[in-house]
Design a protein around this ligand. Structure first.
Ligand code: ATP
Ligand code: MG
Length: 453
């Protein structure tokens, strides 16, 4: 079955020389690898089989193959095919065509989404006037990437060699075009092609390098690692909405703490969180962030959920503290200074990474509640507990205590108060009343450590 795309590919790739001749196709037969069908989800198998039956090539690719080869359970399954997105969409009623920069198909099975992408071609071979679908700007940034290609071209436009392995469900072979199997054994991340070019095409690949290094406990191979620090500022060219998605992936994979340190090490934090980096450089502690990420990692390991607004509340905390302190040093009263600071910090942050309103709202509330949590007298404690963000704010308070930012005590009080019955609660509150709210404070702490106004 000769399809349009194959003709299109030939038209687009007239040159005989392969783009990157160093790479050689290798096929690893079923008895020489550990990918078994039982490790692939039923929906993924269904999609592979139906595509094959309809006469298309279809392979499991990316993290699905990589993680199985590493003996890990893949997070999701990606499929590459020579069927066009429209052809895939036609085959699956339960599918959606999505994306502009990459047109892909999501096939939906309940909560599982199988991402199906059509083989993509390689920029280097595109003729100037034909290259309209794969354009780069003056920084080398890939603006569009919708040239279809064959499997080899598809492999070579992927990011890391270990992400360019294909599993064929028809003959159970693993196909490797870029030496990914060797890199997998050596536990290293190697970009396909010239790293600088590939990072310029898509600076997010620098974040992916760090994300996979943290998650897989792989080294970033020296040539792949070398240009990162210098090119890190290119991330500012990425649309804030895409960066938001990438940052969520960075910190919600269960390796947030390692990721944080790697981002620092590669100068990748500044383009993402410029104000936080400035605040830390100016002496604000980053312990709270580290503790919050440890906390997040622990929760994920226990199978609990984590919320983006909690993560962002922590990641921007040093920036908020710096701004708040600056305003108080200028004589603004604590409470209005906090409100102003919250607005400013979020306003500046969303220029780098957009934070959807459904997350920035709760994030503000967590911050604001930090001022309310110490003021528990009378009916206040009950009112605070009714707040929809109480639980998150309480968790945040515990992290602040663990980070040594505030003296321990308040967190335990709230822990006890939640567990107590009505009588006990009244007793706790009356004890507070005797002490009086003002006298609790021993001396004036620096603004950054003050919990209330
Ligand atoms: P995981 O899903 O476990 O986070 P993954 O490797 O599957 O890891 P995805 O973001 O799901 O990552 O992408 C699937 C595949 O698409 C990757 O393995 C890679 O081959 C390719 N890919 C994704 N993003 C890029 C990119 N920015 N540049 C080049 N190839 C990419
Ligand atoms: Mg994936």
């Amino acid at each position: 079955m000769l399809r349009n795309i194959q003709k299109k590919v030939r038209a687009l790739f007239p040159s005989k020389a392969p783009a990157r001749p160093v790479y050689q196709r290798q096929e690893i037969p079923r008895d020489q690898h550990n990918v078994s069908r039982s490790m692939i989800s039923e929906p993924a198998k269904k999609v592979l089989n139906r595509l094959n039956k309809a006469g298309f090539e279809a392979y499991l690719v990316g993290g699905g193959v990589r993680d199985i080869l590493l003996g890990e359970q893949p997070k999701d399954f990606d499929i590459a095919t020579d069927a066009t997105p429209e052809e895939v969409h036609e085959l699956f009623r339960n599918s959606r065509l999505i994306g502009r920069r990459f047109r892909i198909v999501h096939v939906l099975f309940g909560r599982e989404v199988i991402e199906v992408t059509t083989f993509r071609g390689n920029a280097d071979n595109v003729d100037a006037d034909d290259g309209d679908d794969r354009k780069t700007n003056e920084h080398g940034l890939l603006l569009r990437d919708n040239v279809y290609g064959n499997q080899e071209e598809d492999a070579l436009r992927r990011d890391f060699t270990v992400n360019a392995l294909y599993y064929c469900i028809r003959d159970f072979t693993v196909v490797d075009y870029a030496g990914g199997v060797d890199d997998l054994h050596n536990r290293q991340l190697r970009l396909i092609g010239d790293p600088e070019t590939r990072y310029r095409e898509d600076p997010v690949r620098m974040l992916r390098a760090v994300r996979f290094a943290a998650k897989l406990d792989f080294a970033i191979e020296p040539v792949t690692e070398a240009p990162i620090r210098e090119l890190a500022p290119l991330l500012t060219h990425i649309p804030p909405a895409r960066l938001f998605e990438e940052v969520l992936k960075l910190f919600s994979a269960g390796y947030g703490e390692t990721t944080w340190h790697l981002l620092q090490q590669y100068d990748l934090l500044a383009p993402l969180f410029p104000e936080t980096v400035r605040a830390i450089d100016e002496g604000q502690p980053d312990e709270l962030i580290v503790k919050a990420l440890q906390n997040t990692d622990d929760r994920l390991r226990q199978g609990k959920s984590v919320t983006p607004y909690f993560m962002f509340a922590a990641l921007l905390w040093p920036a908020l503290q710096a701004e708040w302190q600056r305003r108080q040093d200028n004589g603004e009263p604590a409470q209005p200074a906090l409100h102003q600071s919250i607005g400013k910090v979020i306003g500046r942050q969303v220029q780098a990474i957009s934070i959807p309103k459904r997350f920035s709202g709760p994030m503000k509330e967590i911050w604001e509640l930090q001022m309310r949590l110490p003021r528990r007298q009378g009916k206040r404690a009950y009112a605070i507990m009714e707040h929809p963000r109480f639980r998150a704010a309480y968790d945040f308070l515990l992290v602040r205590e663990a980070a040594g930012e505030i003296e321990p005590g308040l967190g335990q009080w709230w822990t006890d108060f939640q567990a107590a019955d009505d009588r006990e609660r009244e007793r706790m509150l009356s004890q507070l009343g005797q002490q009086g709210p003002r006298k609790r404070r021993r001396g004036r702490k620096p603004a950054s450590q003050r919990q209330d106004g």
